[in-house]
Design a protein around this ligand. Sequence first.
Ligand code: DGL
Length: 260
Amino acid sequence: MSSTAPIGVFDSGLGGLSVVRQIRHGLPHERILYYGDSANAPYGTRPPEEVRSLALGVARRLVDQGAKAMVVACNTATSVAIDHLRDVFDIPIIGMEPALKVACDQGHGSSQKVIVAATPLTLRESKFAALMKRFSRTNIILRQPCPDLVRIVEEGQLDDHELVDTTLHQYFDAYNLDTVDSVVLGCTHFVFFRNDFRRLLPRTTAIIDGNKGTAHHLSVVLESLGLMAPENQRGGTQVSNSNPSPALKRLSQDLLERPL
Ligand code: DGL
């Protein structure tokens, strides 16, 4: 495999573009092939077998296009399909999981109260149960599914602040937020709501996502395999989507560029 080959990145839809932004920032010489499966989004409310089969189809497409490595920029697809994808494809595959470790480590040994916001499927799957088990002995971990946030991104309603705030209040008003140390954004779509979460949460509550860690992990893997793009390569991103509408194309471009 050549180091000049592209990196495949995919998500159920547009959320993974938040990961692409981070990869572009850290690895500016890489060429990225992004595939959003918006025609089948959301994944987070589908049965696991269905998500596994959709993820397999998308991954195959990226491998057929010559990807040297792949990032599953979707916590939901990772939780049900990553092992299968690694069995089937012979390239490095990097998955994502809610950054619970980062949140708990912030306590430096003292107990943390953490809300994990993710899709219903991610929070139901055994991968997340195993992660919870690792950290819930010494920390308080609360699970909050937020499926409507995915829909808001996919429908281009991020700037409808009234809708966003009502939706966030509907999910988080039941908590005593002053006692929460951090909120983990365990779905790549949710990263686009960082400023909205900031307005909702007390200043003392940290907002944590896994995008930086994923981009870093990718760079370590590429480096160790000699697959890092040469410095004279011009990086870039090619975005494709299973929903071919021009409106979605414009929305993808906006999500790649909007200030976060
Ligand atoms: N962006 C996805 C994730 O990180 C899933 C959103 C969905 O399709 O439900 O989990």
